[in-house]
Design a protein around this ligand. Structure first.
Ligand SMILES: [Zn+2]
Length: 375
């Protein structure tokens, strides 16, 4: 059975692949070589719009390991994602352009990777580590991961230029503090002028777009008004009109608060589900992102279950993880659904139900760019 993610309909059909493309979907189609998919559901390859593939395993102290260890930790992370059927991922900062090059050259296996390199922000923002004895301490500092700190609109343009020069596909901005660090989640850490300058400069550079880390509602509003493409996390949204009006995508990364609600501040899990309800009611478009390794990469598809139970339902969650995610990433012309002409990124699931409870246990085969992934 084949899922049409656009409508949520499931139908019996043959899917014909040639090289890296889907060339036919219909009844009674033939090819040189057949794969029996009886008792299975074919869905498009999944898209994780918010992951960090080079953060290293949870608990690794980046100060105490050589630089190469952090980068090499991406190898098992990327392999895990691909075997789960994640065929495209947007790195929400951590990987440099060498990681993308390694995948493209086949040195390591992994999903197609869109890079943001680093999360840019103003003085004191997440990533601006500073201590009275040492001053600024940048343990990610490397020419391939440029300095992300800026203040003022002109400096915002300069930081975009630095990131683009080093190979960024997306510009990632932080507008609030973090749940993990436990402070500043309701702050708005940059001005409209600063963020608007970043958005404008990114657009000048090949039409690049901006993703904004924002837990609090005011920062999410600022992101929407300044023209950001997506609000990431959005844990404490209380009004979503600005996002709806500006067609801002919402990447809720529910894994942060829903996979282990004991690990997050009181009320965060409930607030996050309420944010989802507001967004769905207002028609805000939603795309899947996990924010791993907040949870192990092997739990990436838990996000489907969270999206489903937070109000999208199973078909809606699968849509958010495929064609809608492809729309956000500007790739919907190329992938995100099982249709003639689209790229052959496919996942074969055991059983024909859309149930998102334990999709990771149902993966039978994965095709990435027309090639079956070894499992
Ligand atoms: Zn993140």
């Amino acid at each position: 059975m084949v899922l049409d993610v656009g409508s949520g309909a499931v139908r019996t059909a043959d899917v014909v692949l040639a090289n890296n493309r889907i060339v036919g979907v219909g009844i009674g189609l033939d090819g040189d070589e057949g794969i029996d998919c009886a008792g299975s559901l074919e869905v498009p390859g999944f898209v994780d719009c918010h992951t960090h593939v080079c953060f290293g395993p949870a608990g690794m102290d980046a100060l105490r390991v050589p630089r190469s260890a952090r980068v090499l930790s991406a190898v098992p992370a990327l392999r895990t994602l691909l075997r789960l059927g994640v065929t495209t991922a947007r790195d929400a900062w951590s990987a440099d352009a060498g990681v993308r090059l390694a995948i493209e050259n086949g040195w390591i296996e992994g999903p197609d990777l869109l890079l943001s390199l680093r999360q840019v922000g103003t003085t004191g923002a997440i990533g601006d580590l500073w201590a009275p004895r040492t001053g600024s301490l940048d343990y990610y500092g490397d020419p391939s991961l440029p300095d992300p700190i800026f203040d003022g609109a002109d400096a915002g343009r300069a930081v975009v230029r630095r990131m683009v020069r080093a190979g960024a596909d997306w510009i990632k901005v932080t507008a609030t503090g973090s749940i993990a660090l436990g402070s500043g989640v309701h702050d708005v850490q940059l001005t409209f002028e600063e963020l608007a300058a970043v958005v404008d400069e990114a657009a000048r550079r090949g039409g690049r777009r901006v993703m904004v880390h924002a837990h609090g509602a005011r920062a999410a509003e600022l992101a929407a008004r300044a023209g950001a493409a997506s609000v990431e996390h959005g844990t404490y949204l209380d009004a979503v009109e600005a996002m709806a009006e500006n067609k801002t995508w919402y990447v809720p990364t529910l894994s942060v608060t829903q996979s282990d609600p004991e690990q997050v501040p009181d009320g965060a899990a409930e607030a996050h589900r309420e944010s989802m309800r507001l967004a769905i009611d207002a028609g805000v478009r939603i795309a899947m992102g996990t924010d791993n390794p907040v949870r192990p990469y092997s739990e990436a598809l838990w996000e489907l279950r969270h999206l489903s139970t937070a109000g999208l339902g199973d078909a809606g969650a699968l849509r958010a993880a495929t064609i809608d995610a492809a729309w956000l990433l500007g790739l919907a012309h190329d992938r995100g659904e099982i249709a003639a002409g689209k790229r052959a990124d496919l996942v074969v699931l055991d059983g024909t139900t859309l149930d998102c409870t334990a999709v990771e246990e149902r993966i039978r085969r994965v095709f990435h760019n027309g090639v079956e992934v070894e499992r």
